[in-house]
Design a protein around this ligand. Structure first.
Ligand code: NAG
Ligand code: NAG
Ligand code: NAG
Length: 477
């Protein structure tokens, strides 16, 4: 009797345990199918458009991309498959179609509702980075057989005593130091047969050492205010700021007379003006950059730092107007180029200590000079305000203790302001005495704005829109 009671109890217990296990199994299946439905709907929304494009081959690539989520997805799919089998046992034909499309990784409407089974998992935590976008661009360029080259470049300017700003460059793989000069439009470097002293103390171009050299032979001569050079034209690949221009015509000098270039920190000059003032009508570097699609935006920018000699004296930027490292959030004021030769524009007015001394007048931005020049009328008015002593050579000197008021150059309704103490230059006389000169020297013609202005305003030279832009630098020079 006692034994039979025990057996009965054991049987009841077994029944309860089994029933509970069955219940749990059912609960789990339900939960799983709920989860599946939910997950698929998210993916369906996300992948709605991709869905169409993803049929066929594309789906297979998607499978590879989703390799990470494979295991969990397989588990889910197995459960789903079991469920569906149970539900659709009768609709065998329908089921076969579905299985086929599932193999292909495409979506199919299951009975009653439209759930998509997409092969691609959507990772909601994935954040795009600039690297990933860069990688994708390279990938795309490779797929379509396009070249993927940089379309902007920047190179550091070295500052020598706030007088010369130079950059590195290569012609036919040979390295040179250049003076970037917006006031001229040719490129020249010392040639192999130049016997002038200036050539002997600088890097020379050797055609024999370049496999990409192409002979031209046309004679070349250029006169700068400060000196002249003679030479012959040649053609080779040129690299500046990491950007390579193929077939750039330049000059190899044969003569660099006088002493002007002997002491220069640069081997040659990199002209950045318009082609119309280019000797022998040589196509300029920036023009070639644009026509060869080396840069996609046909602009360049120059920023200069003061503070004397430094290897980090600013930047020469091609194909971009991003000067934020120098100008922060300051915006550019643009004015049209009035004559396409030099970078010439209309200066609406010049003010010293708030008093107008001239304008409107034509002006030129010239990165090849450290000075600011003005024609006689304006020069005289400035000197009256400063109370300096004019010399016969077109300078005006004063004691270095003198207080100089601020200057303003009005461009397109905006006054570009330069601090007065930056408008005097400390120089040593032949007798060894230190005196100060006004930064504005005498030269008849348009106003020339050199490094003294560029140090305080980055300048954009926009060849596409034929305009010049100025934005104040964020540091004090
Ligand atoms: C199954 O689900 C029902 C209701 O959702 C719940 O009352 C029951 O406790 C669950 N059973 C198990 C074994 O989880
Ligand atoms: C560069 O010049 C050489 C010789 O004239 C020519 O064969 C080559 O096609 C030119 N390359 C380009 C990109 O213009
Ligand atoms: C030399 O260069 C100039 C300027 O680019 C060009 O007009 C001329 O045709 C070239 N001459 C030769 C022989 O290549």
């Amino acid at each position: 009797m006692r034994v039979s009671v025990l057996v009965l109890c054991a049987l009841i217990c077994l029944f309860v345990v089994l029933a509970e296990a069955r219940q749990r199994r059912e609960n789990q299946t339900g939960a799983r199918s709920l989860e599946r439905r939910h997950g698929n709907r998210i993916r369906e929304n996300v992948g709605h458009q991709e869905n169409v494009a993803r049929r066929g081959n594309v789906g297979r690539r998607g499978n590879r991309l989703a390799a990470r989520g494979k295991n969990s997805r397989r588990r889910r799919q197995n459960a789903a498959r079991k469920n569906r089998k149970r539900r659709n046992l009768a609709k065998k034909k329908n089921h076969r179609t579905k299985a086929k499309s599932r193999r292909e990784g495409t979506s199919t409407a299951s009975s009653g509702s439209s759930y998509a089974v997409l092969p691609l998992d959507f990772d909601q935590n994935y954040m795009r980075t600039t690297d990933s976008i860069q990688f994708e661009r390279v990938f795309l360029a490779h797929r379509y057989g396009l070249s993927f080259a940089a379309t902007t470049g920047r190179t550091a300017l070295a500052n020598t005593g706030n007088m010369q700003y130079t950059c590195k460059g290569f012609i036919g793989g040979q390295k040179f130091i250049f003076l970037p000069d917006t006031g001229s439009s040719n490129i020249w470097v010392p040639g192999p047969h130049c016997e002038s002293k200036a050539c002997k103390v600088h890097n020379r171009y050797h055609p024999g050492k370049s496999s990409t050299y192409v002979k031209n032979g046309t004679a070349f001569a250029i006169d700068y205010e400060s000196g002249s050079v003679e030479g012959v034209l040649a053609m080779d690949n040129m690299k500046v700021a990491g950007l390579t221009v193929t077939n750039q015509t330049f000059a190899m000098t044969t003569k660099e007379p006088g002493s002007v270039f002997v002491k220069s920190k640069f081997d040659g000059i990199l002209g950045l003006g318009y082609q119309s003032i280019s000797v022998d009508n040589v196509k300029t570097l920036v023009q070639n950059m644009c026509s060869e699609d080396v840069i996609t935006t046909c602009v360049f920018a120059i920023c200069m730092r003061g503070g004397g000699s430094s290897s980090r004296g600013g930047a020469l930027i091609f194909g971009s107007t991003d000067t934020s490292a120098y100008t922060g959030s300051h915006s550019y004021t643009y004015t049209p180029v009035t004559k396409q030769g030099y970078w010439q524009f209309k200066l609406q007015g010049i003010y010293v200590g708030g008093t107008k001394v001239g304008g409107p007048i034509q002006a030129i931005v010239d990165s090849g000079t450290s000075l600011i020049t003005a024609p006689p009328r304006i020069y005289k008015k400035i000197n009256q305000i400063l109370g300096c002593t004019e010399t016969s050579s077109g300078e005006c000197w004063m004691e270095c203790s003198k207080a100089v008021p601020y200057y303003e150059f009005e461009v397109a309704g905006v006054k570009l302001r330069l601090p007065g103490h930056k408008m005097m230059m400390r120089v040593k006389t032949k007798k060894g005495r230190t005196i100060c000169l006004s930064a504005v020297t005498l030269l008849d013609g348009p106003v020339i704005l050199g490094d003294s202005l560029i140090r305080h305003y980055c300048v954009i030279f926009d060849l596409a829109k034929n305009r010049i832009g100025f934005a104040a630098t964020t540091y004090s020079n």
